[in-house]
Every structure is written in structure tokens, then in C-alpha cells.
Write a protein that binds this ligand. Structure first.
Ligand SMILES: Cc1cc2nc3c(=O)[nH]c(=O)nc-3n(C[C@H](O)[C@H](O)[C@H](O)COP(=O)(O)OP(=O)(O)OC[C@H]3O[C@@H](n4cnc5c(N)ncnc54)[C@H](O)[C@@H]3O)c2cc1C
Length: 337
């Protein structure tokens, strides 16, 4: 898959111990940082610059921002975080691990970037998102985010009434097909080696969805490289303008191994970091938000999760600050009798 890097200016990494490092500066990470910065917390967002929706021309289904390019939403988000004193650093986190606690017993983490710089933080918000792993069909990846799509709520309206093919990746593609049938009457379901039971074959037939069981061998391009269809194992080419594919969703966990975050299996979808309310994890001092813990979250839900996590981090830091103040004050005087 080709990834595009939206260029952005990088702030200096902060010195000393900061309140929170946010790893990943997409919708989730930036909104978490915004809440923290507005709470007068020192916060540094470290972002490697490859948000999941980078190939898409616009973000859809997001109230008040529908149709805005992903890069523009991120540009504004960074500006807002910086406005309140947050820093945004372009870089890739290669290690993140617990460090020795402070004298008053508060948590500490060391986060190291690929360029060798490192930073110490009291808390970490992981918002590294996920990678869509497409089926290995030649020619498919180059159209990802344009003529090869996944989410009917992100791209559905834009591909309405087109000849659409569902390239099945498992039983979960069956429900996907009914959603795309809502958008076009010209829908073909390529089982591509996956099972399609008799009941759903009958239901597909009733909705006019054509089923092809011969495996797909490659995506065929037409004029100016536009997707024109798929070639089947028997050589036949089936004309299609759009392919809808449910990719395997793989969280971006590289560099985070030292945090030992628990991971959960989600059948037919992938794996995600396990979290509780407001993104809290079983690892003290570490929160997760966005696609890293909720594989189906769109931009709005990811941003909301980041905001909740940011608020929860601030709440826990306020408790830790008070514990530290109590520690500094020393033992309370013996009460007079
Ligand atoms: C093609 C496509 C189109 C989409 N269209 C829409 C749409 O129209 N509407 C909608 O609501 N949703 C859409 N989505 C979903 C949307 O992309 C996600 O909901 C959203 O990106 C999740 O936000 P996030 O902050 O969790 O992750 P991301 O936006 O993926 O951000 C994660 C960030 O973390 C960084 N990162 C990862 N690892 C590290 C590391 N080790 N060190 C430093 N940084 C790191 C990445 O570079 C990235 O910038 C689309 C998805 C795809 C694939």
C-alpha cells in the first residue's frame, strides 16, 4: 500500500519530565493532546505522519467537517494543540518503556525516537491507529482509498450507482454486501475462496446480487490507470468500477512492545489493544484511544475517544500531584490533645 506523508513542521522535543507523551498524532492522539494542553498539562505528540486515511481525498460522515481533506483536519488539529502550548514532533517512536519512579513514587516512562532522541513522561497515551492489510491480489493496493474502498459510510455516497464488486475476505463480507446493495443495484459478490451459505445465496439472489465463485487473480486497469474490473482464474474479465474489500485490521504496535499492553482478538476483524472506560489499560500510566483499541472507530469516534482518555489522564495526574504534595509536606503533625 502506498502511504502519503502529509508534511508538517516539527517542534523541538521537550526537556525534563513532561506530563504526557501522546504516541500517534491522528484524530485520537490530537484530541487527547488538546484536552491535556487545555488543562495546562505539558504534552508532546510524537507522530510518524502516516494516518490511516491518508490515501482518501476527503473525510466523510463527520459532522460539520464532511468533505474536508484528512490532511486539513490534521493541520487544524495540530494548530489547536500548539495554540495551548502542546508540542507536535515529527518522528517515530521505536521504544517506550517504564522507567524508575520519581522520588515521590510517581510513574515515569522513557520514550525513544528513531533518530535517537528520548523523552521522559509521567503518562502515555497510545493512539497509533491501525494498518489495513489487503488481500494479496495483484493491482489491488494501488487503488486503495480511491476505487478500492472498505467503509460504506466513508465512501458509499461517492460510489453510489457504480458497478461495484465485493471482494470477499470471509463471512464478515456478507453483511458488507448488503450495505453496498443499499448504494447500487449493480453489485457482484466475488466469494474468492470464502464460504457463502445457501441461505445467503438465496438472499443475495432476491436482492439481485450476482455471485461469482471463480477466484479473482488480478485487478485490471483501463484508460489512464483507472480500475476497470477483475480477472478471474479462468481468464474471464468482469467489468467493475469499484471494489469493496474488508481488510484485516492490524494495530500499529511497533515500538510499543516494552509497555506490555494486553491485546485482544476480535474474530473476523483482527486484534486490538484491550482497554476499559476512557481508554484505561491494565498497564498503570498507559491509556489507548482510537483505532489502536477500537478497530471500527471512524474519525469522530476516534477523536472522542482521545478526548475522553485525555480527560482521564488529567484526572489521574491531579491525584498524583496531590499525593506528591502530601509527600513533600512530610508526616502530619501529632494532633493536640
Ligand atoms: C481509505 C480510508 C478512508 C477513510 N475515510 C474515512 C472517512 O471518510 N470518515 C471517517 O470518519 N473515517 C474514515 N476512515 C477511518 C479513519 O482513517 C480512522 O477512523 C482514523 O484515522 C482513526 O484515527 P486514529 O487517530 O486512531 O489513527 P490514525 O489516524 O491512523 O493516526 C495514527 C497516527 O499514529 C502514527 N503512528 C503510528 N505508529 C507510530 C509510532 N510508533 N510512532 C509515532 N507515530 C506513530 C501514524 O503515523 C498516524 O499518524 C478511513 C479509513 C481509510 C483506510
Amino acid at each position: 500500500m502506498t502511504e502519503t506523508t502529509p508534511p508538517f513542521t516539527s517542534d523541538e522535543l521537550a526537556e525534563g519530565t513532561i506530563d504526557t507523551v501522546v504516541i500517534g498524532g491522528g484524530a485520537a492522539g490530537l484530541n487527547g493532546a488538546l484536552i491535556l494542553a487545555r488543562s495546562r498539562r505539558s504534552v508532546v505528540v510524537i507522530d510518524s505522519g502516516y494516518p490511516r486515511n491518508a490515501p482518501a481525498e476527503a473525510v466523510h460522515g463527520l459532522l460539520a467537517l464532511d468533505g474536508t481533506p484528512p490532511s486539513e483536519i490534521l493541520r487544524r488539529g495540530r494548530e489547536h494543540v500548539r495554540h495551548y502550548g502542546g508540542r507536535i514532533v515529527l518522528g517515530e517512536v521505536v521504544t517506550a518503556e517504564p522507567a524508575a519512579p520519581s522520588a515521590d513514587g510517581d510513574l515515569r516512562f522513557t520514550i525513544t525516537l528513531a533518530d535517537g532522541r528520548s523523552i521522559t513522561a509521567r503518562r502515555i497515551l497510545v493512539a497509533t491507529g491501525l494498518t489495513d492489510v489487503l488481500p494479496d491480489v495483484p493491482g489491488l493496493a494501488e487503488h486503495w482509498g480511491h476505487s478500492v474502498v472498505h467503509c460504506p459510510y466513508c465512501h458509499g455516497w461517492e460510489v453510489r450507482d457504480e458497478p461495484i464488486g465485493i471482494l470477499a475476505t470471509g463471512p464478515v463480507s456478507i453483511a458488507h454486501a448488503y450495505l453496498y446493495r443499499q448504494l447500487t443495484e449493480d453489485l457482484t459478490y466475488f466469494t474468492h475462496g470464502t464460504e457463502l451459505d445457501e441461505d445467503n445465496r438465496a438472499r443475495f439472489a432476491a436482492r439481485g446480487i450476482r455471485v461469482i465463485d471463480t477466484p479473482v487473480t488480478e485487478v485490471v486497469n483501463g484508460e489512464e490507470g483507472a480500475l476497470a474490473g477483475v480477472r478471474l482464474a479462468d481468464g474471464q474479465v468482469v467489468a467493475r468500477r469499484i471494489l469493496a474489500v474488508l481488510a484485516q485490521l492490524q494495530i500499529r504496535a511497533q515500538g510499543l512492545e516494552g509497555l506490555h499492553l494486553p491485546v485482544q482478538d476480535l474474530p473476523n476483524k483482527g486484534r486490538s489493544f484491550a482497554s476499559g472506560t476512557a481508554g484505561i489499560t491494565d498497564v498503570p500510566g498507559v491509556w489507548v484511544a482510537g483505532n489502536a483499541t477500537d478497530l471500527t472507530a471512524q474519525v469522530g469516534a476516534s477523536a472522542a475517544a482521545g478526548a475522553l482518555a485525555g480527560a482521564d489522564i488529567n484526572r489521574m495526574l491531579a491525584i498524583a500531584d496531590t499525593d506528591a504534595a502530601l509527600h513533600a509536606a512530610g508526616p502530619s503533625p501529632t494532633p493536640h490533645v
